[in-house]
Write a protein that binds this ligand. Structure first.
Ligand SMILES: *Cc1c(COP(=O)(O)O)cnc(C)c1O
Length: 359
């Protein structure tokens, strides 16, 4: 067996110790006599797993008591249309900031359910920056303000919480949740698919302030109604039990790393090294505004795109996988989430230098 360094944007690399624990517990979880996969979601064993999962997430993100934490299905993509269905509460408009491919999808899927106001867009820069907060056109009648805190494809990340002009802030944190501390109390709703920074795919975390729920439009399916799911501890129907368990193992691992503040320092260091290697080379280039470069997803292009194929083949031969950029932007992308060890980044940097030397 040889586990290589996996730079995939998602599903993405998991801590090896998490996989080992899952392997050890695969046939029997503690003294339950069964695998987690086989447990009733309403049974006493799974109750322990579910309670620890929520408690650990609350602890890691210091989630205030007036916020519900939901573990849903359908991916972050389902939330794009479920957010307006749940949060409009009689209003007609919602503000969106367009900073890349994921913002665009969120906007498109919200449009059938509300009047989307695009308050600012970075499209004219090919999504290489974030428009100045002062230039945003925020409508005080809007139900909320939505932004994507880290654009996974374009490699653009908000470095601070934007001005919200009194609107509830809604943020897609799929690809940077738990990578840095965040003041949850500043938000109306935070959502994230788990397959970037929290575990395997199959669970969507929704953290939502109490007073915003309970006003869903009448056509909202019950399993996608935040208030209904909150009342039922996200078990209105059968949840993705094994995935909850795996996300729980990742949270336990993160606590053992020292939590979010500690992993942030690790992430800053990994990203700084990689960007420095890119900036110091003549072959590689990152097109993103330095002030908004993502710590999680590092896209880079080669000066000669005819070398792309050779680069990827040689990287693979050197144990570095999944470095191909998203089909919409081309080039390369290294995703370096919490679970990517510094050794993986070091190996990538060494490989890139050697490739540049020989090409
Ligand atoms: C991956 C990703 C999504 C989509 O997640 P799914 O779980 O596949 O629906 C949405 N937003 C961002 C920022 C992402 O990185």
């Amino acid at each position: 067996m040889s586990r290589l360094f996996n730079f995939s944007a998602g599903p993405s690399t998991l801590p090896e110790s998490v996989l080992q624990t899952a392997q050890q517990e695969l046939l029997e979880w503690r003294d339950s006599g069964m695998s987690v996969m086989e447990m009733s979601h309403r049974g006493k064993h799974f109750a322990i797993i579910a309670e620890a999962l929520e408690a650990d997430l609350r602890e890691l993100l210091s989630i205030p008591a007036n916020y519900k934490v939901l573990f849903l299905q359908g991916g972050a993509s389902a939330q794009f249309s479920l957010i307006p269905q749940n949060l409009m509460n009689g209003k007609t408009k919602a503000c969106y900031i367009n900073t890349g491919a994921w913002s665009e999808k969120a906007i498109k899927d919200a449009q059938p359910f509300c009047d989307v106001i695009v308050s600012a867009s970075a499209e004219n820069t090919h999504f290489t920056t974030i428009p100045e907060y002062a230039s945003w056109h925020l409508d005080s009648d809007a139900a909320y303000l939505h932004y994507t805190s880290n654009e996974t494809i374009h490699g653009v990340e908000f470095q601070s919480i934007p001005d919200n002009n009194g609107l509830p802030l809604v943020s897609d944190m799929s690809s940077n949740i738990l990578s840095r501390p965040v003041d949850v109390s500043q938000f109306g709703l935070i959502y994230a698919g788990t397959q970037k920074n929290m575990g395997p795919s199959g669970v969507t975390v929704v953290i939502v302030r109490d007073d915003l729920i309970g006003h869903a439009s009448k056509t909202t399916p019950a399993v996608f109604n935040y208030a209904e799911q909150a009342k039922n501890q996200s078990m209105l129907n059968t949840p993705a039990t094994y995935n909850w368990y795996l996300v729980g193992l990742v949270l336990t691992w993160l606590k053992a790393q020292g939590g979010v503040a500690a992993i942030e320092q690790y992430n800053i260091n990994k990203a700084a090294k990689l960007y420095q290697a890119i900036d110091n080379s003549a072959l590689y280039r990152n097109p993103v505004d330095v002030a908004y470069r993502s710590r999680m997803n590092v896209p880079f292009i080669l000066a000669d795109e005819n070398l792309d194929k050779a680069f990827l083949t040689a990287a693979e031969a050197n144990g570095l996988q999944e470095l191909k950029g998203h089909r919409s932007v081309g080039g390369m992308r290294a995703s370096i989430y919490n679970a990517m060890p510094e050794a993986g980044v070091d190996a990538l940097i060494a490989f890139m230098a050697e490739f540049e030397r020989t090409h």
